[in-house]
Design a protein around this ligand. Structure first.
Ligand code: ADP
Length: 382
């Protein structure tokens, strides 16, 4: 039985567990809290911070290969562990240009992949540094940003974000995109590559709310070409999420996620091989599975927290389960505003492709409290 270690134990590792069982693999996670979603479904857990490399050494003793569901790791320390013979997929040198948003942008520029224009801000933030790409402009912390934390879309009149003075920043042009797209791509150690369908992602306040796998053929060739180039240049092994801005001039890459990704959750219900199974296949030397859709399309809606609460929302989940062809995933986390607590995927029939937005609206109507209700007040205040 192959033993796969996963650094991180959130919902991404949680969704890997059924695939591990299917492939007769055991899963050992490294994650800080006993209550983290994947602990209950993994075969074993090393309870430690994801950046704790000495814990990763313990993890390595229990596994044949280690992969990632969280990239906030101490890469220099992991490189030393790798040098001792521990197998990481993706390899540490494949991850090296990806963990810092500035390094990512520079890597993409070097290999000729289009990105928004950008510049680092090395010293303390000063208002006069921010105008070089016009307004609005986008300021990002270089490391540890996720779900829009650390991304600021600023107007000339806005005050500067009050993050720690030591933060290193990336400034970039604001892209007036037509829409945001994403693909999941995977590469095996043998160099085999598979690419899933292009999906549209919709963000609010820089957080992903909805994903539509309803056919974006016009962007497919360019997305596939970019994904292939990135995976090959990095000699990457594993699953990667690639986020794009669609502009009139074509695609720009916004971000690379070196792991399974929220834009690929729909693959659990709507593709021959889910992104989670694909990750396990890629890192353990199995042939990759087909990324094809098994239905006409799919819509995925994140269930974001809108209050601080320890509730299981069973009534809302029951109501959501009444939607035809819906699958509900509940991560079992404590609710906090903006936190991803679960998601719903609806498989679409061919005649439903035009109704995907309405289905997403319905899910959000069931999930979120109506505007003006007490719950909504909590959401707005938080
Ligand atoms: P995170 O790493 O937290 O996901 P991102 O860099 O992906 O942050 O940004 C989150 C969202 O912010 C994007 O999906 C997009 O909606 C918006 N955004 C980020 N960068 C830009 C940009 N340069 N121009 C316009 N919108 C942007």
């Amino acid at each position: 039985m192959k033993r796969v270690g996963v650094i991180g134990g959130g919902q991404l590792a949680w969704m890997m567990a059924p695939a591990a069982q299917k492939l007769d693999m055991s899963l050992v996670v490294q994650t800080p809290q006993e209550t983290d979603p994947a602990v209950a479904v993994a075969n074993r857990a090393v309870l430690a911070a994801v950046a704790d490399a000495s814990a990763t050494l313990q993890l390595a003793k229990q596994c044949d290969v280690i992969t990632f569901e969280n990239e906030f790791v101490d890469l220099a320390a992991l490189a030393q562990i790798e040098a001792q013979g521990v197998c990481f997929y993706p390899k540490i040198r494949s991850l090296a240009p990806l963990l810092d948003k500035l390094d990512q942008r520079q890597f993409l520029q070097e290999i000729g992949v289009p990105t928004p224009r950008f510049t680092p801000i090395a010293e303390e933030l000063k208002p006069q540094q921010l105008s070089q790409f016009g307004w609005p402009t986008v300021l990002k912390t270089r490391r540890h940003g996720y779900d829009g934390q650390g991304t600021f879309i600023l107007q000339a009149t806005d005050t500067l974000p009050s993050t720690a003075a030591a933060t290193h920043w990336l400034l970039e042009e604001y892209v007036p995109f037509q829409c945001e797209l994403a693909v999941i791509a995977a590469r095996s150690a043998a160099g085999e590559i598979v690419i899933y369908p292009v999906v549209e992602t919709q963000q609010e306040d820089q957080v992903c709310r909805r994903v539509f796998a309803t056919g974006f053929e016009a962007a497919t060739d360019q997305a596939e070409e970019i994904a292939t180039r990135i995976l090959q240049e990095l000699d990457y092994v594993g699953v990667m999420g690639i986020e794009f801005f669609l502009t009139r001039q074509g695609l720009l890459v916004n971000e690379l996620a070196p792991r399974t990704h929220n834009s690929g959750h729909y693959t659990l219900d709507a593709c021959v091989t889910s992104q989670f199974e694909q990750q396990l296949r890629a890192v353990s030397g199995l042939p990759l599975g087909s990324p094809e859709l098994t239905c006409a399309g799919a819509v995925m809606v994140n269930l974001l927290g809108y209050e601080v609460a320890r509730r299981d929302y069973s009534e809302k989940r029951l109501a959501l389960s009444q939607i035809p062809n819906a699958s509900i995933y509940w991560y079992g986390k404590t609710a906090r505003p903006g936190r991803k607590l679960g998601h719903v995927t609806v498989r679409l029939e061919p005649d439903q492709l035009d109704e995907a937005e309405q289905i997403a609206d319905l899910i959000e109507q069931i999930w979120y409290p109506p505007l003006g209700s007490d719950d909504e007040d909590i959401y707005l205040e938080a």
